[in-house]
Design a protein around this ligand. Structure first.
Ligand SMILES: NC(=O)c1ccc[n+]([C@@H]2O[C@H](COP(=O)([O-])OP(=O)(O)OC[C@H]3O[C@@H](n4cnc5c(N)ncnc54)[C@H](O)[C@@H]3O)[C@@H](O)[C@H]2O)c1
Length: 448
């Protein structure tokens, strides 16, 4: 490992990043921009082809110039598999880790990527695992490395450094979010320090045990899930009490210690918050423990779309309107294109089950990706039409706008529809609209 450290210091080594998704792509560009030789590897051939044609996802467009520059100066190569090299190699694993089911264990892609890296690696190489993983994965992967004849910490380095990125967070991003890191040995830590100096200025907190690092990552996301569910349950109570949850949060947030504001919505979605806390649940189960805070939070998160549908259905029946709803926002959070495990889809599905006419409005929706979206939302089929822009005529026969996400791209149009009373009823899941006395549209919000 000492030779590898020297090679890293003199930049005579290469990095292979496995998985060029939301995590791996920006990381590859950052490392290549800082002068490292990076091979970005993804088993999705179409993704590699698109990247080779400079076709980036919307959320990646801000990296386009940097990406093209790295491709031109040959610091960033794009491949579907790793290659052998005389120089030391560092494999960074940033593949997805889905909620496990009977067919796919959560670590399936991590294991495949590591086995793939090992096919071309040699003594002195190192693996850095960035994916969010179940407890025990790091040690399990270290064992896989040792089955190839290497001795972890002596002639092969292993590290777990989970990514903490929060897409669209303007204040905290790849370059300044501190990381926790486990390393198998001191030399591997020194190597990781050099690499992450070029990612997040080397803001690393080293922990001794891989289990600690794994639990930290899952606990951070459990903390968010539990607080999101807590505020959503509070919003339901505020509905009954006839007070505003926004007022409650605003007032509580004046307490200068011991309180952190979270805001109501149709539920936590995406590839992290509803998933990673399950790793703690599973760990607890192995010891016959119930992690009931997480269990309850997941249950509330599951039920909140149903609660919203109930509220909307009741109002529609009371107002004598037709059962037709336009769900606004299908991504899991505002201003991203990611539709994984998204409350918008849960709402569409729930309305459909109740025989509503359903449609949606999301500027980020891509028709050609429908089957991918359905799969990512655990749906076999769902018949609806999405509008990327909302014309006046699209509002004909719509009884209710159910606003799930206030995208920057859509919020002015939604406000205009409210101000001009263009639909009879609006339900704002994020309680962002304030009452406009001049509007004839009835406004209801979660927790108002
Ligand atoms: N998306 C986020 O905001 C975020 C934030 C923090 C942590 N994470 C964690 O980071 C990990 C990656 O998440 P993501 O959102 O980037 O996933 P993603 O689905 O966007 O990207 C994963 C990529 O890995 C590729 N892949 C799968 N198996 C592979 C293999 N064997 N070799 C090479 N490529 C392979 C897939 O084709 C895909 O392009 C997950 O564990 C996730 O929980 C994600």
């Amino acid at each position: 490992m000492k030779n590898t450290l020297d090679a890293v210091k003199s930049k005579s080594f290469s990095i292979e990043v496995f998985g060029l998704g939301y995590v791996g792509f920006p990381l590859s560009v950052r490392l290549a921009s800082n002068g490292f030789k990076v091979r970005g590897i993804d088993i999705n051939k179409q993704r590699i082809e698109r990247l080779k044609n400079n076709e980036l996802m919307d959320s990646e467009l801000h990296l386009k110039n940097e990406f093209i520059h790295c491709r031109e100066n040959k610091n960033l190569e794009l491949e579907t598999s790793p290659i052998k090299s005389e120089e030391p190699k560092i494999g960074i694993i940033s593949v997805h880790t889905p909620i496990p089911d009977e067919n796919i264990p959560s670590n399936k892609f991590v294991k495949e990527a590591i086995e793939n890296f090992l096919e071309t690696s040699k003594a002195g190489d190192m693996i850095i695992l960035e994916s969010s993983v179940e407890g025990g994965t790091t040690e399990e992967m270290e064992k896989i490395v040792e089955t190839k004849g290497y001795k972890i910490g002596q002639d092969f380095g292993f590290s777990f450094c989970p990514e903490r990125i929060d897409p669209q967070n303007k204040k905290w991003h790849l370059e300044n979010i501190p990381r926790i890191i486990y390393c198998s040995d001191d030399t591997s830590y020194k190597i990781a320090e050099i690499i992450y100096k070029n990612v997040n200025k080397g803001h690393l907190l080293r922990v001794d045990s891989p289990r600690t690092a794994e639990v930290v990552k899952s606990f951070e996301n459990a903390f968010r899930l539990v607080n999101i569910s807590l505020v959503n349950e509070l919003a339901i109570l505020c509905d009954k009490l006839g007070i505003s949850v926004k007022d409650v949060i605003k007032a509580a947030a004046t307490k200068p210690f011991g309180f952190m504001p979270f805001y109501p919505g149709a539920g936590a979605g995406g590839h992290c918050i509803p998933k990673d806390p399950r790793f703690l649940l599973d760990a607890a189960k192995k010891y016959d423990l119930k992690f009931s805070t997480i269990e309850n939070a997941l249950q509330i998160n599951f039920e909140i779309p149903k609660y919203i549908c109930d509220s909307i259905q009741r109002s529609i029946e009371k107002l004598g309107l037709e059962k037709s709803v336009l769900v606004c926002g299908l991504t899991y959070k505002p201003d991203v294109e990611d539709m994984r495990d998204s409350p918008g889809f849960k709402l569409l599905n729930e309305f459909k089950k109740r025989n509503f006419k359903v449609s949606s409005y999301d500027p980020y929706f891509k028709k050609e990706l429908l089957s991918k979206y359905l799969k990512e939302n655990y749906l076999k089929s769902l018949d609806f039409e999405n509008k990327n822009e909302l014309a006046d005529e699209d509002l004909k026969n719509i009884s209710c706008l159910c606003i799930v996400q206030h995208h920057t791209k859509s919020k002015f149009r939604l406000m205009e529809i409210y101000e001009k009373s263009m639909v009879p009823f609006i339900y704002d899941c994020q309680s962002q609209f304030d009452e406009k006395p001049d509007s004839k549209t009835i406004l209801d919000s979660l927790g108002s």
